[in-house]
Design a protein. Structure first.
Length: 396
């Protein structure tokens, strides 16, 4: 019995890294190059690209909490995750067949609805696993960053030397491979409360959680919108598709070592102070891009993503679960993800498309910088509340 249990735990630990690698390889193969594909292959305008790229986060914002509720209610996260992976893979393949703006909009909506379940449910399973059986979420999640980095370079090279359509085929293939691994992930057996809607109201009554939603909206919105415009930014500075892939390789690849160190840094500095530091680095990076520096300098500064994304994602996710009641932790992660990956990404991507059409790519990054620094103020407010509550507890 004990030998079987240990073997199962070992299998889970080996499956998680490969699963995250495949999932984020899929994302890295498609999304960083999608805006360039829509501009160069389909011939859409900046506003049309902004509309298509921004409709996905809107759908994710609306659908993500529903996926979280379904997961909390059914207590079958692995099954729900597998269904979402297959549905997303099929929709991604259909994306490659569309060439008209209206159909691209429809498929973008369907893709976002299916895809919105993947990361929150995967993260919820992974966090539950490391809390129950030990380990580090950052050590698991870093494989996603590696997969993303390798995928963008591979996707850029294949698009340059073969056909741009390969980004869709890579996307679908990797998600199908991930779906087979999903069945080997640990099945959660924690007790859930069926009053999920009541739990949502409970979450929204927590001031720290509301401030977290605001900060993730303003901080992760630009980070994710950058995936849509960074390729265009590189192209306008004189880069190639392979060059875009190389830039994303540096950026995403730099996340891995910082994710590995996240747990140790959290214990030393605290969740929110670490998040504040990562946000400051992110805001400075966007402000530098406003000046449209030389391409070589842009390649060098992509390493800053290791500080910003590599530290902020594990810190924010852990804080979202820590302040949520146990029976709605999956819903808390979905709401947190919807705020940043959904509403924030939509807002920044849509406004970015407008600014790209009316002004220039530098204006897009100035907007990202302003949003990020305002989001940092929200984190400072959380830190102040934490210190205030801590002081009040000591007085009692």
């Amino acid at each position: 019995m004990e030998v079987t249990l240990k073997r199962g735990e070992s299998t889970s630990k080996s499956v998680f890294p490969l699963f995250y690698f495949f999932v984020f390889f899929a994302f890295g193969a498609l999304f960083p190059l999608l805006s360039v594909y829509l501009q160069e292959e389909v011939g859409l305008s900046g506003t049309e690209i902004g509309a298509i790229m921004s409709i996905s986060p809107v759908v994710m914002m609306l659908i993500q909490p529903l996926w979280g509720m379904v997961t909390d209610y059914t207590r079958k996260p692995v099954f729900v995750l597998t269904v979402a992976l297959w549905a997303t893979a099929v929709t991604g393949f259909v994306y490659s067949l569309a060439a008209e703006y209206r159909w691209l909009m429809v498929i973008a909506v369907l893709l976002a609805a299916m895809q919105s379940a993947i990361v929150p449910i995967s993260d919820s399973i992974a966090l539950h696993h490391v809390q129950q059986d030990g380990g580090s979420y950052g050590s698991i999640r870093l494989w996603g960053s590696l997969g993303f980095a390798v995928a963008v370079l591979a996707g850029g090279w294949l698009s340059d030397h073969f056909a741009f359509m390969t980004i869709f085929y890579l996307f679908s293939l990797m998600l199908i491979l991930a779906s087979f691994l999903a069945w080997r992930l640990p099945k959660q057996s924690q007790t859930m409360n069926s009053g999920t809607l009541r739990g949502v109201r409970q979450l929204l009554a927590i001031p720290h959680f509301l401030l977290l939603l605001l900060s993730t909206f303003l901080i992760f919105g630009p980070i994710l919108a950058n995936n849509s415009y960074f390729g265009i930014f590189i192209k306008q500075l004189g880069g190639t598709l392979t060059g875009i892939g190389f830039a994303f390789l540096l950026a995403a690849g730099s996340e891995a070592p910082f994710m590995k160190m996240t747990d140790r840094l959290i214990r030393r500095f605290g969740l929110i102070p670490l998040f504040i530091f990562a946000t400051a680095v992110s805001g400075l990076r966007w402000f530098l891009y406003f000046w449209e520096p030389p391409l070589v300098f842009v390649y060098i500064t992509t390493i800053a993503q290791g500080f910003s994304v590599g530290l902020s994602i594990p810190a924010a996710l852990q804080y979202a679960r820590d302040i949520a009641p146990k029976h709605v932790q999956a819903t808390a992660v979905s709401l947190y993800s919807a705020a940043g990956n959904g509403f924030g990404a939509w807002f920044c991507t849509f406004i970015g498309g407008y600014l790209l059409d009316r002004y220039h790519i530098g204006a897009v990054y100035l907007f990202f910088s302003v949003c990020t620094f305002i989001g940092m103020l929200s984190l400072i407010a959380i830190h102040w509340l934490n210190k205030k509550n801590h002081s009040a507890g000591e007085e009692r």
